[in-house]
Ligand binder design. Structure first.
Ligand code: NAD
Length: 491
């Protein structure tokens, strides 16, 4: 039986399942015959194959984007917006199929996958509108008889390299901004989750986005990225993924002096003040930790609880955690799906072992109950300290580490004791404490008394080793725009 038929057969529209790259409006094989198998992480079964493109085929994608640039940038902003809104509507109309593809390749529960489609589509709508507002400025002149101002122009071709944990939204959050600005894009999705990207390409074509404007290339990651970074015609590189790879891409882009935006790892602290109801805070912390089975750059990694409520908090956290159901994301009532692959499970186990060997207490997390090879049961460690991996590293798994603290100054130092600076959570109703923490936390995003923080209108991004630049919000489109200053003299 051809494997692809089994996945395609689960879709209302089987044409959304594609096993080719998408270059210059065409579905493309790899010239060298190399391919990669894609697995369902819940079952370990192969669900399809993708070709690996050869170097000359990656360059053909750049040729195509280059040729398409003139036409795409010349469209009026409202004409580009129309196509983006059509793309948005198609994402919404095909939500069930897109969610099915995502759950099968990524593993997250189907309701979460539906949520990601909505979230991803919301950025397309946002940037369709923002594209109409790329205003320049009129500058009061300091030069006699002159008029001064700025124009906003598309930067050029943008290469977008994306991770597997949010296979759809990490693409639309970048691509919609670039396309609205007038830039063609070349997307390189993670090899674990290519089918969401390819479904996006199919829908972009149906939305009237012209050939060469939206391309999806597939291949050996280091090989493809090297070519994209070295290409002078690519003017912007936007990457979401690990800090390790982000650093590499920044280095590789130096020769061509590209605009580089990086959304990298996180190691979020979740701070609970002494005034909090421990039950309310514990339930919020569980929600902030276990989304996408902990494979989320915003996951609450280090949970810092005031000593006066620590023990009660831990009890409620364990109780809530025990109620989470782990299983295949295609089944109903599942809260946590599998991890992306076996190495992620091994890494999580090593992090837990390291913590226990250094004195942490394992409160819950019986791995013998895991429903399959790629699953990791929600785990709670207490007595976590800074020399442990669970403190220092982004665990990217359902492993929560709790630590007690004495006062605000101590918790600020603890929270900032990491190379990362993406997101932090603060739970307290004391306005003075809120203000003090908000100012002192070295993070790009701070969420007070709310687990939900992201969305189209707000800037997303980190400081320190968590990245460069911001996505979304009113500045997200700037990553794809140049400012051209003009001076009209002798008027
Ligand atoms: P990753 O860095 O391994 O991979 C990301 C992308 O880079 C993929 O497309 C991959 O194929 C490619 N890649 C891998 N190795 C490469 C290499 N040597 N050269 C060039 N490209 C390479 O990250 P991941 O495991 O896919 O994703 C998890 C990471 O992403 C976590 O650290 C997480 O925090 C981060 N993340 C950040 C955000 C954010 O917005 N800040 C959002 C989601 C995920």
């Amino acid at each position: 039986m051809k494997l692809s038929n089994t996945l395609a057969a689960r879709l209302e529209d089987p044409r959304l399942f594609r096993e080719h790259a998408y270059v210059n409006g065409k579905w493309t094989h790899g010239d060298g015959g190399r391919e990669e198998t894609v697995f369902d992480p819940a079952t370990g079964e192969a669900i399809g194959y993708i070709p690996w493109l050869e170097a000359h085929q990656i360059r053909e994608a750049v040729d195509a984007a280059d040729a398409a640039f003139a036409h795409w940038r010349a469209l009026r902003a409202d004409e580009r917006a129309e196509r983006l809104l059509a793309w948005h509507d198609l994402l919404q109309a095909n939500r069930e199929d897109l969610a099915t593809i995502m759950t099968l390749e990524q593993g997250k529960p189907l309701p979460d996958a539906r949520g990601e489609v909505e979230y991803g589509a919301s950025f397309v709508r946002w940037f369709a509108e923002e594209g109409k507002r790329t205003f320049g400025e009129t500058i009061p002149s300091h030069i006699p008889n002159a008029a001064l101002g700025t124009l906003k122009e598309p930067v050029g071709i943008a290469a977008l390299i994306t991770p597997w944990n949010f296979p759809l939204a990490m693409i639309t959050r970048k691509a919609a901004a670039a396309l609205a600005a007038g830039c063609p894009v070349i997307v390189k999705p993670a090899g674990e989750t290519p089918f969401s990207a390819l479904a996006l390409a199919e829908l972009a074509e149906r939305a009237g986005i012209p050939a060469g404007v939206f391309n999806v290339v597939l291949g050996e990651p280091a090989e493809v990225s090297k070519i994209l970074c070295a290409e002078e015609r690519i003017k912007a590189l936007s990457f979401t993924g690990s800090t390790r790879v982000g650093r590499l891409l920044l280095e590789q882009s130096a020769q061509t002096v590209k605009r580089v935006s990086l959304e990298l790892g996180g190691n979020a602290p979740f701070i609970v003040g002494p005034d909090m109801d421990p039950k309310e805070a514990a339930f919020a912390a569980v929600a902030a930790k276990f989304q996408t089975a902990g494979q989320d750059c915003l996951a609450a990694n280090r949970i810092l609880v005031h000593e006066s409520i620590h023990d009660e908090f831990v009890e409620y956290f364990a109780e809530r955690m025990a109620a989470l159901t782990v299983g295949n994301g295609m089944e109903s009532e599942v809260d946590l799906g599998p991890l992306i692959h076996r190495q992620a499970v091994d890494k999580a186990a090593a992090i837990v072992d390291d913590a226990i060997s250094r004195g942490a207490t394992l409160v819950a997390g019986d791995q013998t109950r895991a429903p399959g090879d790629n699953f990791f049961m929600p785990t709670l460690l207490t007595g976590v300290t800074p020399e442990m991996k669970v403190w220092r590293e982004e665990n990217f798994a359902p492993v929560a580490g709790v630590t007690a603290y004495r006062d605000d100054d101590e918790v600020i130092a603890m929270a900032n004791d990491t190379e990362y600076g993406l997101a932090a959570y603060v739970y307290t109703h004391d306005i003075r404490r809120i203000w003090k923490l908000l100012r002192a936390l070295e993070y790009g995003m701070v969420s007070v008394n709310s687990v939900k923080m992201t969305g189209p209108p707000v800037p997303f991004g980190g400081v320190k080793q968590s990245g460069l630049g911001r996505e979304g919000g009113i500045t997200g489109i700037d990553e794809y725009l140049e400012t051209k200053y003009y001076c009209l003299g002798a008027l």
